[in-house]
Design a protein around this ligand. Structure first.
Ligand code: CP3
Length: 340
C-alpha cells in the first residue's frame, strides 16, 4: 500500500501529516457522479452494479485526492438483505413499503449472510484491484440502532419518534431486532474484510437522539458486539453522531477510532477519550464559506487536534450542494499543513 497514512493514524502511529477523507464523499457533490447517475434507472442500480459502484468509489480519490476511498453503497442494504427491501425515492430519500412493528415481523426477518450482499463484496474486489494500493479502502455499515430506526420508521424523520416509542414500549422486541441486525452486520463486515476492505466505519447517525440511558441499553452493547467480533487486523471507526453524553462508553469500545461531530469540543473529547484516534470534525455547513475562511477554519481545527491520533474529516456527511472549491480547499489545507 503506497499511502498508509490513515491506517497508521488509526493505530496511533506517527504520521508525516494528518490524513483526510470526507464522509459521503462518493456521491452527489461530484458532477461526475451526477452524470453517471442520470444514465441509470435509480440509485439502487448504481449500488447493485459492481462496475458502476466501483467507478463512483474511485471518483473522489482521483478528483479530490483524498487519503482513502469508501465503498459506494448504503447502510440500508442490511434491512434489504434481511427481507425488508427499501426504495430510494427521488427528492424524498429512503422509503420502506413494509416496516417492523410486531413479533411476527421480526420472526420473518432472516439473518443476512455474505451471499445476500455479494454485489457489495464484488464491488470491493473491483475497487481494490483498480486502486492497486494507491490508498486504503474503507468498508462500512450502519450501527444497529440507526438501522433499526429506519426499519421501524420506514423513512427518514426529524424526530424518529416511532422508533424511540418502540424502544420504550417494546424493549423486548427492540432487543430481538437489534440482535438480528447485529448478527447480519457482523456477517456483512466480515465479508467486506475478506473481500479486501482495509478499514471499517460504523455510522450511528441517530445516536444523539436517544437519552443516555437508552443509548447505553440499545446502542453501545450492539456496537461493542460488532467491534469485538471482527478481530484486531482491520481498524474500526465508530461514528456516533451527537453522542457527547456517551464519550466514556465510546472510549471503552473495542475500536481504534471515534468519529466526532462539530458540536463536540475537541479538547473535551481528547480528555474523555485519551486512548483512541479521533476523526472529524469540521461543520459541513462551514464549507459554504469562501475558500479563505475554509482554509483558516481547517488550520485551526488541525492545530486543536494536534499532530497525533487525528484523521481529518467533516463532523457529518458533506451536503450535496456544497461548492467543490470549498471541498478542495478543505482537503488541500489538510494535506499542506505541517506541524512545527
Ligand atoms: O460515503 C460515501 O460517499 C459512500 C456512500 C454512502 C451513501 N450512503 C450513498 C448514498 C454512505 C456511507 C451512506 C451512508 C448512509 N446512508 C447513512 C449514514 C451516514 C449519514 O449521512 O448519516 C444514512 C443515514 C443513510 C441513509 C440514506 N441514504 C439517506 C437518509 C439518504 C437520502 C438523503 C441523502 O443523504 O442523500 C440516502 C441516499 C444516498 N445514499 C445517496 C447516496 C449517494 C443519494 C442518492 C442519490 O444519488 O440521489
Amino acid at each position: 500500500m503506497n499511502n498508509q497514512l490513515i491506517l497508521k493514524a488509526a493505530r496511533g502511529e506517527k504520521v508525516d501529516r494528518t490524513p483526510v477523507w470526507i464522509m459521503r464523499q462518493a456521491g452527489r457533490i461530484l458532477p461526475e457522479y451526477r452524470g453517471l447517475r442520470k444514465k441509470v434507472k435509480d440509485f439502487k442500480e448504481l449500488v447493485k452494479t459492481p462496475e458502476l459502484a466501483c467507478e463512483v468509489t474511485l471518483q473522489p480519490v482521483e478528483i479530490l485526492g483524498v487519503d482513502a476511498a469508501i465503498i459506494f453503497s448504503d447502510i440500508l442494504v442490511i434491512p434489504e438483505a434481511m427481507g425488508l427491501p427499501y426504495e430510494m425515492k427521488e427528492q424524498f430519500g429512503p422509503f420502506f413499503e413494509k416496516t417492523i412493528a410486531t413479533q411476527s415481523d421480526i420472526d420473518n426477518l432472516r439473518i443476512a449472510s455474505e451471499e445476500d450482499l455479494s454485489y457489495v463484496t464484488d464491488a470491493i474486489k473491483l475497487v481494490k484491484s483498480a486502486l492497486n494500493g494507491k490508498v486504503p479502502l474503507i468498508g462500512f455499515a450502519g450501527a444497529p440502532w440507526t438501522v433499526l430506526s429506519y426499519m421501524i420508521e420506514g423513512q427518514g424523520s426529524k424526530t424518529f419518534s416511532t422508533a424511540r416509542k418502540f424502544l420504550y414500549t417494546k424493549p423486548e422486541l427492540s432487543h430481538q431486532l437489534l440482535e438480528k441486525i447485529t448478527e447480519s452486520t457482523i456477517n456483512y463486515l466480515k465479508a467486506q474484510i475478506e473481500a479486501g476492505a482495509d478499514m471499517l466505519q460504523l455510522f450511528d447517525s441517530w445516536a444523539g437522539i436517544l437519552s443516555p440511558d437508552q443509548y447505553r441499553e440499545f446502542g453501545i452493547p450492539y456496537i461493542e458486539k460488532i467491534c469485538s467480533s471482527l478481530g484486531e487486523d482491520t481498524p474500526m471507526i465508530v461514528f456516533a453522531k451527537g453522542a457527547n453524553f456517551a464519550l466514556k462508553e465510546l472510549s471503552a469500545l473495542n475500536c481504534d477510532v471515534i468519529g466526532i461531530d462539530w458540536n463536540m469540543e475537541i479538547a473535551n473529547v481528547r480528555a474523555q477519550v485519551p486512548n483512541k484516534t479521533l476523526q472529524g470534525n469540521l461543520d459541513p455547513a462551514l464549507l459554504y464559506s469562501d475558500t479563505a475562511k475554509v482554509a483558516a477554519a481547517t488550520t485551526s481545527m488541525l492545530n486543536t487536534f494536534g499532530p497525533d491520533r487525528h484523521i481529518a474529516n467533516l463532523g457529518h456527511g458533506v451536503y450535496p450542494d456544497t461548492p467543490l472549491d470549498s471541498v478542495k480547499a478543505f482537503i488541500n489545507t489538510v494535506k499542506e499543513h505541517r506541524f512545527e
